[in-house]
Design a binder for this molecule. Structure first.
Ligand code: GLN
Length: 481
């Protein structure tokens, strides 16, 4: 059942929302035992919300709520009032925000029920969710527990696939963290245009890159939550002041005449054949529906994307992490020694290895003396990348590539990768993220019972076209309840 159908049933009292929420929470706990998708299951909050909604339904005051009773999970780096929100880091252990992130607030106002905080790489630093912070568990792939869910929104992707109840996940992407887990877990993952969802209440990784988006079993589910959470917010100075779109209204319409560009550089060297075969099949399906497809060369994003991304992302991350000094949030120590000694002790003890690596890399990249050669240069290349995309969108409605080059890897394989090889998982995904472009990972098929995703990238504010194209691939099995 799609979430929009579920909402109708709740409105008509065909489903008792309190009973349903109880069942959902039990199921979440059960899934979590085997798969580690949650850092926290927010049972208390979910039941309070369900009871409130029940009163509204009984009083016939809930008819206009687009997400009435829909269980929504929230990536751990997005603040939920009163629920421990750690971004998967031990340094934030015990931090319970006093407010909701705007995206969460918007979803709750439309009747969403928050079921918990999903597991992730610490602060979003990773592509496999294996960089979960100290003391946190690593989520396992829903198709094979020996394999990764992708990252950094690994818990969100895994749960979106595994949940047997209607559910949509709130995820976040800085450089690919929605599309990558969506790909490895066989679900739809929508990363919207930078700025259309407020970042207020998001625990920052890279402020010029971070985007809150959605993961779900269908383009309808992902689009539904996306249209609810989007919108101008005066609490975020980078929030875009544009008209809200009703994405779900575009689904099912004809795609005839749309033109897609197949990114030449995203195919070939480094990709598993199994992945490419599925993507080519996907392109054939689009052609059968009347979509025109042509190859396009897009050199800059693929060739220089990773280097540019890691300079900008680590520079921003290293400044963002400075506030975790053991005084304002989470972890603390006995006050002893100088501030530097205290600060160093708290951070040495509570940041994981990857967080430390990124602080060092980012601090180096923006130091006086290196700044022009690294950070400023990366900012310039970023502009060139954006220009190259903008040129392509004069000709095409969307661009096509694999989402990631490989099938979900085994944990034992990931262990052998160097940090640089780890970073390569996002070689295709960093481009649209650097440019703030909307992109949708569509589950297009399976190989050896492992899911493969196809990436559709659109021009700014064109998420509707992506959802419309993605809607042609609704192959995933639906929720049973
Ligand atoms: N894998 C990329 C990184 O480690 C992207 C992660 C993200 O989007 N949060 O930075």
């Amino acid at each position: 059942m799609q979430c929009s159908e579920f909402v109708e049933k709740v409105k008509n009292n065909e489903i008792d929302i309190v009973e349903h929420t109880h069942k959902v929470i039990e199921e979440c706990k059960k899934i979590n035992k085997d798969y580690n998708y949650f850092n926290v299951v927010s049972e208390e909050l979910a039941l309070v919300q369900a009871n409130k909604l029940k009163k509204l339904i009984n009083g016939k005051k809930a008819d206009n709520k687009k997400l009435l009773g829909v269980p929504v999970s929230v990536k751990d780096n997005i603040c939920v009032k009163g629920v421990e929100s750690t971004a998967g880091s031990r340094i934030l252990k015990g931090y319970k925000p006093l407010f909701n992130a705007t995206a969460v607030e918007n979803a709750i106002n439309q009747g969403a029920i928050v079921i918990g905080k999903t597991s992730q790489d610490e602060f979003g630093f990773g592509g496999f969710s294996v960089n979960a912070g100290l003391g946190f568990k690593i989520p396992k792939n829903p198709f094979d527990k020996e394999r990764s869910c992708g990252g950094s929104s690994g818990g969100a992707g895994g749960l979106a696939q595994k949940a047997t109840f209607p559910h949509i996940a709130l995820g976040e992407s800085t450089g690919g963290s929605i599309a990558c887990p969506a790909n490895f877990c066989g679900v739809f993952g929508l990363t919207p245009t930078y700025g259309i969802v407020s970042r207020y209440g998001l625990i920052d990784y890279g402020n010029s890159l971070d985007k809150i988006g959605t993961l779900g079993k269908s383009s309808n589910d992902a689009g539904l939550l996306q249209e609810v959470i989007s919108g101008y917010d005066e609490k975020d100075s980078t929030s875009l002041n544009v008209e809200n779109e009703r994405y779900t209204e575009y689904l099912g319409g004809s795609v005839e005449g749309l033109k897609v560009g197949i990114i030449k550089e995203a195919f070939g060297k480094g990709n598993e054949k199994a992945v490419e075969n599925q993507v080519y099949k996907g392109i054939e399906t689009l052609k059968e529906k009347g979509v025109k497809a042509e190859e396009i060369s897009l050199e800059m994003p693929i060739k220089y994307g990773l280097a540019t991304y890691y300079m900008i992302a680590t520079s921003e991350a290293s400044t963002n992490l400075a506030k975790y000094c053991g005084m304002r949030y989470g972890a603390a120590e006995k006050l002893r020694g100088s501030f530097n000694e205290y600060f160093t002790k708290v951070r040495s003890k509570n940041f994981g290895d990857e967080a430390k690596r990124r602080v060092i890399l980012g601090t180096f990249a923006r130091m006086a003396g290196h700044r022009d050669a690294f950070y400023i240069k990366a900012a310039k290349v970023r502009t060139k990348i954006i220009n190259e995309y903008k040129k392509a969108f004069k000709q095409f409605d969307a661009l096509i590539s694999p989402t990631v080059p490989i099938l979900p890897p085994k944990f034992s394989e990931i262990e052998k990768l160097t940090p640089l090889q780890n970073y390569m998982i996002d070689s295709i995904l960093v481009g649209p993220n650097i440019a703030g472009l909307p992109h949708l990972s569509v589950p297009i098929g399976y190989d050896q019972n492992l899911p493969v995703g196809m990436l559709l990238t659109g021009d700014h504010l064109q998420e509707k076209k992506l959802l419309q194209l993605g809607n042609l691939f609704e192959t995933t099995k639906f929720h049973s309840s």
